[in-house]
Design a protein around this ligand. Structure first.
Ligand code: ATP
Ligand code: TPS
Ligand code: MG
Length: 342
């Protein structure tokens, strides 16, 4: 008798389960924000702590064939700091859990720490602990703690229909760099170098996150780690709204169109579904876009405020194509257990 194979969960299913099961325990003392946002927010003795954790695994998030240990350390720190940026928090303390294959060399371990600490120092974060084990693949997990002192933490669940949807910079550069490096192409190639840099050394938008939080003009905010299509769908689901993106407004990373042609990919696909851009995604009243752009330029000269669409009363994330077509694109970004994951 044939048996029905057990159901397989994708990452999205697991995150939903984690949210449901942890919420099932009821409200907890001191938890201002639990599972479901970029960081939890804990109320401790008058302070609000934003606490986040993010793991990177060799072969899944990086490949040592093209990434140096220093790049790997930088990237895991950047991904974690970006979640604090999304809450408008100021980074303070970090813990590193490190899984190393047998026979770790000083060059590997020192390189990982150098990369992490270089970026941590820039943002005033101190590594204060961790754990070290043997593992079948190089694995780094950071847990970072920040302080929400630039205003209330900026959440995913507070967006309203009618607001503008904005991003803080170009999209698709990291995916372009990854595609270039994975194809074994020259990282120093003049056209590809900025994309390679964006992939290996992303720069989380901490000053911008704080400035946006302090403005008091935001609807909702999160960071872009899985791709605009998925991350905006999560923001929309948390806020009970839908969104319409306009392809003509997407700020494609410089050179992405040419690189896409060279490696046989699509730059719009990178921008929507590539992930790891670590830009901020936020919503605000349409009339506040110009003022936030002014604040952003002051806080971070490298950042921009680019309106890419608007929130709607409907459900789902829809893309208005250059040809006038409407396509649903929600949740098409990176998922560890779907598509590019297994
Ligand atoms: N295994 C887990 N147990 C409990 N909560 C989890 C677990 N995995 C994820 N979460 C929570 O689910 C939410 C979404 O997690 P996710 O890792 O996708 O965060 P993100 O900010 O959307 O993405 P990224 O980690 O790429 O920055 C977060 O609030 C996170 O703390
Ligand atoms: C070797 C290699 N293959 C694929 C990717 C792409 N990638 C991996 S995880 C992720 C989303 C964010 O991760 P998470 O959800 O775990 O925070 C993306 C876009 C990569 N960086 N390196
Ligand atoms: Mg995030």
């Amino acid at each position: 008798m044939s048996q029905t194979p057990p159901a397989r969960l994708c990452e999205e299913d697991i995150l939903r389960l984690a949210a449901e099961l942890t919420a099932g325990a009821g409200p907890a003392d001191g938890v201002a924000v639990g599972v479901g946002d970029d960081a939890a927010v804990l109320a401790v003795g008058g302070a609000r702590l934003a606490v986040t954790t993010d793991m990177m695994v060799e072969g899944v998030h990086f490949d040592l064939a093209y990434a140096s240990p220093r790049d790997v350390g930088w990237r895991v720190m950047a991904a974690n700091l970006s979640d604090l940026a999304a809450m408008g928090a100021t980074p303070r303390w970090g813990f590193l859990s490190l899984g190393l294959r047998p026979g770790p060399t000083p060059a590997l371990v020192e390189g990982l720490f150098d990369g992490m600490l270089e970026l941590a120092r820039t943002h005033g974060l101190r590594l204060v602990g961790g754990d070290t084990v043997r593992a079948p693949a190089l694995t780094l997990n950071l847990c970072l703690i920040g302080l929400c002192e630039s205003g209330p933490p900026t959440l995913r669940s507070t967006a309203r229909a009618g607001q503008a949807v904005c991003v803080s910079g170009p999209l698709g550069a990291s995916a372009a760099g990854l595609a270039w490096l994975s194809a074994g192409r020259d990282p120093a190639d003049a056209l590809a170098a900025p994309a390679v840099e964006a992939h290996l050394r992303p720069r989380p938008r901490l000053a911008l996150g704080r400035a946006l939080a302090a403005s008091g003009r935001l609807g909702a905010m999160m960071d872009l780690s899985d791709g605009l299509a998925s991350d905006l769908a999560r923001l929309c689901a948390a806020s009970g709204v839908g969104a319409r993106l306009e392809a003509a407004r997407l700020p494609l990373a410089g050179g992405a169109a040419e690189l896409a042609t060279l490696v046989g990919a699509d730059a719009v696909d990178w921008a929507l579904r590539g992930g790891e851009d670590f830009e901020l995604l936020f919503t605000c009243q349409q009339t506040d876009v110009a003022e936030l752009a002014r604040l952003a330029a002051q806080a971070d000269p490298g950042a921009a405020v680019v309106k890419v669409g608007a929130l709607t009363k409907g459900r789902g994330v829809w893309l208005l194509g250059l040809d006038g077509s409407r396509t649903e694109v929600g949740l098409q970004g990176f998922d560890h257990f779907r598509g590019d994951g297994q």
